[in-house]
Design a protein around this ligand. Structure first.
Ligand code: ATP
Ligand code: ZN
Length: 288
């Protein structure tokens, strides 16, 4: 049991689906995951701890979980409010992107944050920000319905997570300064036992491959031999391509991995300059 690697992920919420999906893409198989707090992998020595996201930094810091997937905002908040909480950030995972921002009611005239009442679920991050800027203001900690507080005289302004801004908009709030940008990250305990290390390294390397592959595309097309160099220059972040001669001696096939998504604009530019049979394929895993 002690040699099984434990990974803490959010049970129900914005991080859950993508966290589970990344682990599945890493080849970790699980039995039915519905409504369970503890899920054993059926093919590797791995267990999932299905928990609230707020508990993940502590579980990893105390080595109850070896790895965790959680928002940077939650890790910062927990570590700023308890300096004994420590973990290693291994990798940014590129999903659940959001920012912690101040926001004010649209009609409010606001000259500065000084002496204002600020409602937030992230009191430690906001306190740290205000201290660094030498601003004195009152922080009101509230969990849930933060957007309501300026309209019921609990606060003057708020500091809350924003992704598209539509929630602020529908609550008649205007976004002000951004305090921090956030996305989901993979964190690792600082005190891993040597027996578990090889499997943890394998998981980390597989997660890295899956994340790298997400934005990458495999592109193939045919081109006039004389034109190949010019076309290759149009590809975004391309690896050194493979150029294959075709039966028609005046033409070659070009195959390469692009480390960025390929948009219609690139395909149209390639076509315009003589590329044909253009094929863009998603990549499932990418390991160098
Ligand atoms: P739990 O019950 O696990 O405590 P929660 O209500 O705290 O869940 P969610 O709303 O599921 O958490 O958000 C989880 C994480 O998703 C946030 O901490 C943040 O990192 C990220 N996130 C991305 N966009 C947003 C957004 N617009 N609002 C809130 N969180 C967001
Ligand atoms: Zn939470």
């Amino acid at each position: 049991m002690e040699n099984r690697v434990k990974i803490a992920i959010q049970k129900n919420g914005r991080l859950s689906t993508e966290s589970l999906s990344i682990l599945k893409k890493c080849g970790i198989e699980f039995s039915d995951s519905n409504n369970k707090l503890f899920i054993k992998s059926t093919n590797m020595l791995i267990d999932l701890l299905m928990v609230r996201d707020d508990d993940i930094p502590r579980l990893v810091s105390q080595n109850i979980a070896d790895l965790g997937i959680v928002g940077e905002n939650v890790v910062s908040e927990k570590q700023l409010s308890d300096s004994s909480l420590k973990s290693k950030t291994i990798l940014k995972l590129g999903f659940s992107r959001c920012r912690l921002s101040f926001a004010k009611p649209k009609e409010m005239n606001l000259d500065s944050l000084s002496n204002k009442k600020i409602a937030t679920s992230y009191p430690a991050i906001v306190k740290d920000y205000l201290e660094k800027k030498d601003i004195s203001a009152e922080i009101i900690e509230i969990h849930g319905s933060v957007e309501l507080t300026p309209f019921v005289e609990i606060s003057d302004i708020i500091a809350d997570l924003v992704s598209t801004g539509s929630t602020l908009e529908s609550n008649n709030l205007t976004e002000l300064d951004c305090i921090m940008d956030s996305q989901a990250i993979l964190i690792q305990s600082s005190s891993i036992t040597s027996k578990k290390l090889p499997l943890i390294d394998k998981i980390v390397s597989r997660v890295t491959s899956v994340i790298k592959a997400k934005d990458s595309k495999y592109i193939m097309f045919n081109a006039e031999t004389d034109n190949a160099d010019e076309l290759i220059k149009l590809l975004p972040s391309a690896e050194s391509p493979t150029v294959i001669p075709l039966a028609d001696k005046s033409k070659v096939a070009i195959h390469t991995v692009c480390k960025e998504d390929i948009f219609w604009k690139t395909i149209e530019s390639l076509k315009l300059r003589g590329a044909s049979s253009i094929l863009v394929l998603p990549i499932e895993k990418l390991s160098y």
